[in-house]
Design a protein around this ligand. Structure first.
Ligand code: ADP
Ligand code: MG
Length: 268
């Protein structure tokens, strides 16, 4: 496994799709693990109160008194006091989510600079200190203030799309929200990457969906498609990504390919 090129600046990607269960978390943690395995420094910000990304990265997010993304957003706890190293990889880091993040959506409303809290918390100095090349922000399945914070903090949006019925349902609404954030809060924001997930080659439907998504998003769609595989869904139960859980599996290979594609594409 060769090393991948480091981007000239830290790339910050928001992994968003307000539909639940499309593979946001799975894609965020597996791309992160794939890039870390190939020599890059990666931070995953878990912005979903469920804490699934934290779990998959082997971080105990239920522990008493840990600093989480909640403390970063609400109490201005600095990144360096909330960042944790994943036990699975020395170049892989996570800011975990705790259940109290569920209340943040409401609590943020009355704060100053409520849309900029995450951007302000991601201090460049700390990212450099930890050698972070990539930040993935794993969004909750909604377009509320947490997701807006993610969109303000990032430059790129990565949209996972499940090769299933109604795959593009809601994507129009997501794109309109991205445009609103771009117009009012973060001019640099753009959709850079679309990842097709949970592809089942036995169904004609999956191919039709993939074709439709490619027609819609063109070059932004990675040529690597993530297959549906039970092992991918088992891995988080062991506090791992598929890349540690079963390195030779199709799921692992496809996420490694996707990570390579993401890294070698022109940094847009
Ligand atoms: P989201 O974050 O968008 O809600 P998840 O990444 O949590 O979606 O995925 C939803 C469910 O599907 C999870 O149980 C996950 O383990 C499973 N899953 C994700 N990707 C795959 C895949 N390629 N093959 C099989 N199961 C998958
Ligand atoms: Mg999720």
């Amino acid at each position: 496994a060769g090393q991948l090129p480091r981007p000239p600046h830290t790339r910050i990607l928001t992994v968003a799709n307000q539909k639940g269960g499309v593979g946001k978390t799975t894609t965020a943690v597996n791309l992160a693990a794939g890039l870390a395995l190939r020599g890059l420094g990666v931070l995953v910000i878990d912005l979903d109160p469920q804490g699934n990304a934290s779990t998959a990265l082997g971080i105990d997010h239920r522990a008493e008194g840990i600093n989480s993304v909640y403390e970063m957003l609400l109490d201005e706890v600095p990144l360096r006091d909330a960042i944790q190293n994943s036990p699975n990889h020395d170049r892989l880091y996570c800011v975990p989510a705790t259940l109290d993040l569920a209340g943040a959506e409401i609590e943020l409303v009355s704060l100053v600079a409520r849309e900029n809290r995450l951007r302000n918390a991601l201090q460049e100095e700390t990212l450099n200190e930890y050698g972070i090349d990539y930040v993935f922000i794993d969004c909750p399945p909604s377009l509320g203030l947490l997701t807006v914070n993610a969109m303000v903090a990032a430059r790129e949006v990565l949209i996972p799309i499940q090769c299933e019925y109604y795959a593009l349902e809601g994507v129009g609404q997501l794109l309109r929200n991205i445009e609103l954030v771009q117009a009012h809060l973060n001019p640099a924001l753009h959709v850079s990457t679309v990842v097709l997930t949970m592809y089942d080659g036995r169904t004609k439907l999956a191919d039709q969906v993939a074709e439709e998504v490619r027609r819609h998003f063109g070059e932004k769609v990675l040529s690597t498609i993530i297959p549906r595989s039970v092992k991918v869904s088992e891995a988080p139960g062991f506090g791992m990504t598929i890349i540690e859980y079963d390195p030779g599996s199709r799921g692992s290979m496809s996420y490694l390919d996707a990570a390579r594609e993401l890294a070698v594409r022109a940094v847009s």
